[in-house]
Design a protein around this ligand. Structure first.
Ligand code: UDP
Length: 475
């Protein structure tokens, strides 16, 4: 049996007054149609990184809604996770590729894990490349299989992609975070665009009184009264922690009291973490105002909550990114963000809300300094950001999207295409439900499309055929 992850309990009712009412109502309607369905989510780690964050909230909510949902993880040794990290990097475009030995290791591990999947399910969501080959070794059975890709595979290293592509053919559907991430020759016809979401009720995101947050900061060695910038992310070169240190040093020339926290969790499936950690430690060794914190030294959800809440600016200087949940987490707490223009980050901060998008170290430093100097503007931007997260990036919306996809797969046919006059219209670029009648919209080939932001509208207007082809709205 694959190891099961215990998730505790959640109730949809608890989100009343927190997430939009119409989203909660739609969740109930969709869930009723799937009552009793058995759902499995498989990934590679029970902690660390965005996927485990999502599952910890969505799996118990599915159970609360009358489905029977499990979360299981595949197992693997160090060689396996070296291989899957190389795969992850190759899918994001790194040229190094996969060795013959790494391919063999990956397949042998998939075969072993597939044998351990003994239970029967109606829907199996397989997250990211690590467990992707469980399906070809296990066989479909009666389940609908969905590959949930959290990363950008639009420009993969060709050898790595060809290897993975061969393993995906039997999937019924693939979920991507953004249409721009879809691999050019994906062997699965049904592609659904679903962005991740944060859980506003989790210990990481729930309200914390300022006094408690201050005490938590002191506990981790941060001075609550001095200016603070924080980046929370796995220790991964794509998150550019050294770039963050370089930007901090530039800002510190004008703000000598400035403190920098780099909080990073070590995930089970990320062997690069320690190497990057050592690099950062060496870089930060001579500066006591840089605090390097990890989950292994007791920095967990509540500490991250307090840091994101009391930082003057949250930084996420990613060079490549899947979605970047940490951006939503910070904005939800009304903290302005300076972040790399990568992956799903511009979607969360569309139309300039929430802070600033940057590409270089210098831009990053300039934007941090500007926000530190003008707290009024920083507050306003963060306030707008918080509203955007509430409307689009909270857990109930993610659950709704998954329920809609499951229903559509049972029915076997896509439901009518999106229409802005429909209360459940979807943005064809980001896939988000659009309920605001004043949302930006335009007409293409006689059909009206609604958008979550001017940025999505502009992307659509630039190449509409791309989004209409990819997006098959299920609602
Ligand atoms: N995270 C954490 N502690 C850390 C570092 C990261 O709890 O020290 C969490 C972070 O709050 C977020 C997730 O891990 O919820 C990272 O998700 P994201 O989408 O930003 O990046 P990923 O790791 O999936 O690339």
């Amino acid at each position: 049996m694959l190891q099961s992850v215990d998730t505790g309990e959640r109730s949809l009712e608890a989100y009343r007054g927190v997430a939009p009412d119409d989203t909660l109502a739609q969740v109930r309607i969709e869930a009723e149609r799937l009552r009793g369905a058995r759902v499995l989510h498989i990934n590679a780690t029970p902690y660390g990184g965005g996927v485990s964050e999502l599952l910890r909230s969505t799996v118990p909510l599915l159970n609360d809604l009358g489905l029977i949902a499990d979360w299981r993880i595949i197992s693997g040794d160090e060689a396996f996770f070296e291989a899957t990290k190389a795969m992850h990097n190759g899918l994001q475009g790194e040229p190094a590729g996969l060795t013959h030995g790494q391919r063999e290791t990956y397949l042998a591990n998939a075969r072993r894990n597939a044998q351990q999947l003994e239970e029967r399910y109606d829907f199996i969501f397989v997250h990211d490349p690590q467990p992707a080959a469980v399906l070809p070794f296990h066989g479909k059975g009666e389940a609908r299989w969905i590959w949930r890709c959290h990363i950008d595979t639009s420009e993969p290293e060709p050898g790595v992609w060809a290897f993975l592509r061969d393993l995906l053919g039997d999937y019924d559907a693939v979920i991507y975070t953004m249409s721009e991430f879809v691999a050019p020759d994906l062997p699965v016809a049904r592609v659904q665009i679903v962005s991740p979401a944060i859980d506003p009720l989790s210990p990481k995101n729930m309200e914390l009184p300022d006094t408690t947050s201050r005490e938590v900061l002191e506990w981790v060695g941060v001075h609550p009264e001095r200016p603070l910038i924080t980046q929370v992310s796995r220790f991964d070169p794509w998150k550019d922690p050294l770039g963050v240190i370089a930007a901090y040093r530039l800002v510190r020339e004008d703000v000598p009291n400035l403190q920098l926290v780099l909080a990073g969790s070590m995930a089970l499936d990320d062997p690069e973490g320690w190497r990057v950690y050592r690099e950062i430690s060496a870089e930060a060794a001579d500066d006591p105002k840089i605090r390097l914190l990890t989950n292994l030294t007791g920095v967990g959800n509540v500490e991250v909550n307090a840091l994101q809440r009391l930082s003057d600016v949250v930084v996420q200087k990613s060079l490549r990114e899947g979605f970047g949940l940490v951006v939503s987490e910070a904005l939800w707490k009304r903290t302005p963000v300076v972040a790399g223009r990568a992956g799903g980050i511009p979607l969360q901060m569309a139309d300039g809300v929430g802070g600033a998008l940057v590409q270089t170290v210098e831009q990053c430093a300039t934007e941090i300094a500007a926000l530190l100097k003008d707290p009024e503007r920083a507050r306003e931007l963060a306030e707008q950001g918080q509203r955007r997260i509430r409307d689009h990036f909270l857990t109930p919306r993610l659950v709704l999207d998954e329920l809609c996809l499951m229903s559509a797969l049972v029915e076997g046919v896509p439901r009518p295409a999106t229409d802005a006059s429909d209360a459940t219209a979807r943005d064809p670029v980001c896939g988000m439900a659009i309920t605001d009648p004043d949302a930006p919209s335009l007409t293409y080939n006689g059909k009206r499309y609604a958008f979550c932001s001017r940025a999505c509208e502009a992307r659509f207007a630039d190449r509409p055929e791309r989004f209409v082809a990819v997006s098959q709205p299920v609602v």
